[in-house]
Design a protein around this ligand. Structure first.
Ligand code: AMX
Length: 441
């Protein structure tokens, strides 16, 4: 068994024993109460999922295996000392639970490079879709069509013992992560560069190769991509994409099916699509106000108009966070260091000043602060990746690192099929209101 897989199995099987012990000894223990408000508000705050890769604190933001984003930027291996950490290092941390050495990360980069071959029929599937189908539609369909390669599917059909499911899941997960940059870059070059495709360079790291295949070979963009891939990699287990992959995987659907499903969730405007909505909305504002440098008053009036039209301010608010997202702050620091006087970046900073007080005043919005998507588009745009309908695909490449590490854990733990209970509205009404107020609907 190769070294990283062996280390993963060593660590994960210890946790698997602990999972089984807790399950066997304490299955009847009550750990939380559920309010009707939680059920009717998207199940927020109910502790229902076991996810080891990262944990989200409402005030502090995300920690990956206990490390905050600033700590990761300091501790994870980099190519150059003043650069950004390699996403391979974060994947290693989420999979194995330890900060990797430079050598571990180099080995992982090489492992991904050897697994990166995408079969021709996957490109044929992409090419068969109309060019006006959204990049996320093409991306999800391409991932799904790659299920022909699933090692788990073949092992299952051959009758593999359930205690070895994790092994072929791991192989599928590693192959899928390795191939995502090529899929993403292919869709980008197809849609925006007239099908002029660029071959992968196996000597490059995972994120650097993605930038290369998109046609971006500057060190600036590689640095940005490494940061981007690290900060978007995971956000504990309850977000729509992570939860979807976990749920679909619980039916023993292979990792290609599970991740394709996750990507259709990420494509929603309340989730990953927000990263393109932010840019779209800012351009609309610039056009409507007829200036690239609006005053705070003009911006405030525009925000109020958007809200009056019954729309959300994209890039603001969060289902869990209650402070500025540290992923926003990491990008802001990056912009302060490397970008001077970019109109779009300046507008993002201006919005950070103007939006929160307006959202706070409305009262019902639980978090008036910006999330990761408020910044990311302006950085990509600055470096010449201006085709913002593509931005969610980049989010999708990154999110695979955490979601697929968790999916592999699920199989080591032997997690069962997921099946919560549902009831008609009447049942909920009967729990709270058995009297005269009861109305038929
Ligand atoms: N602009 C306007 N209204 C907002 C708002 C925003 N940015 N954020 C929340 N609200 C509204 C909600 O729509 C809801 O209104 P309703 O009662 O009329 O239905 C009310 O405030 C309460 O919502 P909440 O409990 O504060 O948030 P939530 O958990 O229901 O939703 C989120 C969270 C992210 C979907 C929401 O804040 C939102 O729509 N933000 C804009 C889209 C966005 O940036 N999404 C990206 C999130 C990060 C990610 O996944 N990539």
């Amino acid at each position: 068994m190769e070294y990283i897989k062996y280390r993963f199995f060593q660590k994960a099987s210890k946790c698997s024993k602990e999972f089984q012990r807790i399950k066997n000894e304490y299955s009847d223990k009550v750990i939380a109460q559920v309010t009707l408000g939680q059920v009717f508000s998207g199940m927020k705050g109910i502790p229902l999922l076991v996810t080891d890769t990262s944990k989200l604190d409402p005030n502090e933001g995300i920690r990956f295996k206990g490390y905050s984003i600033p700590e990761l930027r300091e501790k994870l291996p980099k190519i150059s000392p003043d650069g950004e950490p390699l996403p391979e290092g974060l994947f290693y941390l989420m999979l194995i639970g330890e900060i990797p050495t430079q050598e571990d990360v180099t080995n992982l980069s090489k492992d991904f490079a050897t697994r990166a071959h995408v079969p021709q029929h996957v490109f044929d599937v992409i090419d068969a879709m109309p060019k006006n189908s959204r990049p996320m539609t093409q991306f999800s369909a391409a991932i799904l069509s790659m299920a022909t390669e699933s090692i788990f599917q073949k092992a299952y059909r051959a009758g593999v013992n359930k205690k070895y499911y994790w092994d072929s899941f791991y192989e599928d997960v590693m192959n899928l992560i390795a191939r995502l940059p090529h899929l993403a870059a292919y869709i980008y070059r197809r849609n925006f560069y007239n099908d002029k495709h660029i071959e992968p360079n196996p000597r490059l790291d995972w994120a650097g190769n993605l930038a290369h295949m998109m046609g971006q070979d500057s060190e600036d963009i590689r640095r940005l991509f490494r940061l981007y891939m690290v900060i978007h990699a995971d956000h504990e287990g309850g977000n729509v994409s992570a939860h979807t992959a976990h749920l679909v995987g619980s039916a023993l659907s292979n990792p290609y099916y599970a991740y394709a499903a996750a990507m259709t969730g990420l494509a929603g405007p309340l989730h990953g699509f927000a990263n393109q909505d932010v840019i779209h909305w800012m351009f609309q504002m610039i056009e409507d106000l007829d200036t690239e440098t609006p005053t705070d008053e003009q911006v405030a009036a525009y925000i109020k108009q958007t809200l009056e039209e019954g729309r959300v301010i994209p890039g603001y608010g969060h289902a869990v966070l209650r402070k500025t997202d540290p992923r926003f702050t990491a990008q802001q620091e990056f912009a302060e260091k490397y970008i001077k006087d970019d109109p779009l970046v300046n507008l993002v900073n201006q919005l950070y000043r103007v939006v929160p007080p307006i959202l706070s005043n409305i009262g019902k919005i639980k978090n008036p602060w910006p999330n990761v998507d408020a910044y990311s588009g302006s950085l990509l745009y600055h470096y010449g990746i201006k085709e913002y309908t593509f931005y969610t695909v980049l989010f999708g490449v990154s999110r695979a690192l955490g979601v697929l590490a968790s999916l592999t854990n699920d199989r080591v733990y032997g997690m069962p099929i997921e099946r919560p209970t549902s009831h008609p509205l009447e049942w909920f009404r009967d729990q709270v209101d058995k009297g005269e107020n009861k109305r038929k609907c």
